[in-house]
Design a protein around this ligand. Structure first.
Ligand SMILES: [Zn+2]
Length: 285
């Protein structure tokens, strides 16, 4: 199965209660090896780009990379724009061919967020694309988007009104999760996921996945978190893998970039396969 929509990837995951790794890539090497790891694990995969990555590399070049790297791919894959408060970047990525976007208007009053999300959903539909919604900022910053203040949950009534009125395909609830490194063990509101899914059965997106335990992942996936975001863990693996290799290169005084890429690539594939195993998506494609 080739590149497909976010909804097509999440539907079986939500029904069968496994989680699809949604991994933020930072460049060509990480995109290629997240995809390769998913193929090796026979797992569906969601490749995510932050607004920062889109602006650094350029939507056009990023999309050209995506097209070239997914040509003939054997597992369901889609390209998703992570936390984006900027409508123009959303429009640019949808026009380029991104399969889905997270419109992050969580810093706006919820009524205004809802009004604009309706517009974003209509815009995405014109491209056959899908939308993840968010009304509470997830604690912590993700590539410069968001705030370090503890996030506050909206009431069930406000949340369900937003979900019904906007028709978003996926929802990212604040449940005590956070971006970046957890400073202390998170206390998660598991019940909120169960309650939201019972009242409005759409896949939930779990943010702040880097640093949760396998038990926490699996509990939340069983409750309906079909999309599990991983960003910090990839960045750390990328940098630490590079650093370890560079120290060896320095000690040996041998400076061969392709050897560095090879080591980092293998680590990114392992990271992707590891999450696919934990989330239960391995073997599903
Ligand atoms: Zn996030």
């Amino acid at each position: 199965m080739p590149v497909t929509s976010l909804a097509d990837i999440l539907k079986p995951a939500f029904e069968q209660r496994y989680g699809v790794p949604a991994i933020n890539i930072v460049n060509d090497l990480t995109m290629e090896n997240v995809l390769a790891g998913a193929v090796e694990a026979r797992s569906p995969i969601i490749v995510q780009t932050s607004v920062k990555t889109v602006k650094t590399i350029g939507a056009h070049v990023l999309y050209a990379m995506w097209e070239a790297m997914t040509r003939g791919i054997e597992v369901p894959a889609c390209l998703h724009l992570d936390h984006c408060p900027e409508r123009q970047v959303i429009s640019d990525c949808l026009a380029e061919g991104w399969n889905s976007v997270l419109f992050d208007a969580s810093l706006l009053p919820v009524e205004e967020n809802q009004r604009q999300t309706v517009e974003v959903v209509a815009e995405a539909r014109r491209y056959g694309a899908h939308v993840e919604g968010e009304i509470e900022s997830i604690t912590g910053q993700e590539d410069g988007v968001g705030s370090d203040e503890e996030s506050r949950q909206q009431t069930a009534e406000v949340t369900l009104t937003y979900l019904r009125e906007t028709g978003v395909d996926v929802f990212a609830p604040a449940i005590g999760n956070a971006h970046g490194r957890y400073k202390r063990a998170p206390i998660l509101d598991f019940q909120r996921v169960t309650d939201l899914v019972a009242a409005h059965p759409i896949p939930m997106a779990l943010h702040g996945g880097s640093g949760l335990s396998n038990e926490q992942f699996q509990d939340l996936i069983a409750r309906g978190c079909a999309k599990v975001n991983i960003s910090t863990a990839l960045k750390e693996r990328f940098m630490q893998s590079s650093l370890a290799y560079l120290k060896e290169a320095e000690a040996a005084d041998k400076w061969d970039p392709p050897s560095l890429f090879k080591v980092v690539a293998a680590d990114i594939r392992d990271l992707t396969k590891g999450y696919a195993e934990v989330f239960g998506s391995a073997g599903k494609a």
